[in-house]
Design a protein around this ligand. Structure first.
Ligand SMILES: Nc1ncnc2c1ncn2[C@@H]1O[C@H](COP(=O)(O)OP(=O)(O)O)[C@@H](O)[C@H]1O
Ligand SMILES: [Mg+2]
Length: 226
């Protein structure tokens, strides 16, 4: 029963870029469906490395890791593609496609999922409204401010109603207005759609009126704190 409710199951997980130089050591944790999780920790502590492991960009060196039912030890490319279709990922540096309009960037996960162009456009415009960017639909990323680009990246991450959102310091470079748009969008996805959210942040937003879990990474260990 528990297996179905767990979106992330890590058991004795060790992550490393070089053998015998572990970044995360022997971590065991579970994240359940509908959880809203903050990951904090000092710079260089391994927060981004842990997130990378969750989307299959770095494989466990020891232990096991299962995300959305996919085992990530020796994962096949087709399983990795299947997993990515269920994820929305947001990076600190946005990673929008520079020669595509904002509208087309937001359509990307829907195009990959094979929806018709009409459906993609309708959904992109719904999200453009949520992130207050309707007036920028036909602009290119570099014509937008950093905060606007991150709001577009968040719209893209949510466009296909992912099961799990992974966000790496999504408001790290943003002003207060764009930060509040980002947090309220993540909160809305979690509360209204039941999306599981795992986000790295150096500052937990004070106005987030909701239950959340917090994990701290320190010295290679991942510990839940209350
Ligand atoms: N691609 C990589 N190759 C080798 N070492 C890396 C790589 N990426 C990160 N590291 C190292 O792993 C450690 C954790 O980095 P990272 O997960 O980015 O930390 P955080 O996100 O908490 O600031 C750091 O010491 C960093 O230098
Ligand atoms: Mg980082």
């Amino acid at each position: 029963m528990d297996e179905n409710r767990s979106v992330v199951i890590a058991e004795n997980l060790t992550l490393a870029y070089k053998k015998n130089e572990p970044i995360i050591k022997n971590a065991s944790l579970r994240i359940n469906t509908r959880d809203f999780v903050f990951i904090t920790g000092k710079s260089g502590s391994g927060k981004s490395t842990f997130l990378k492991s969750l989307y299959g960009a770095i494989a466990p060196q020891e232990g096991t890791l299962n995300v959305c039912g996919i085992g990530l030890n020796n994962v096949s490319n087709s399983d990795k593609n299947f997993l990515r279709k269920h994820l929305g990922i947001v990076f600190q540096d946005y990673k929008l496609i520079e020669n595509w309009t904002i509208e087309k960037n937001i359509m990307l996960p829907l195009l990959i999922a094979g929806f018709s162009k009409d459906v993609c456009i309708a959904q992109a415009h719904k999200l453009l409204k949520h992130v207050k960017l309707v007036h920028k639909a036909y602009k290119y990323p570099l014509e937008l401010s950093g905060g606007e680009q991150q709001r577009a990246a968040m719209a893209r991450a949510l466009a296909h109603n992912p099961v799990l959102i992974l966000a790496d310091e999504p408001t790290g470079n943003l002003d207060e207005y764009s930060s509040s748009v980002i947090w309220s969008l993540l909160r809305g996805a979690n509360v209204q759609l039941g999306t599981t959210v795992i986000t790295v942040t150096h500052k937990i937003p004070s106005l987030l009126r909701m239950n959340y879990k917090r994990f701290v990474i320190d010295g290679g260990h991942i510990d839940e704190v209350s």
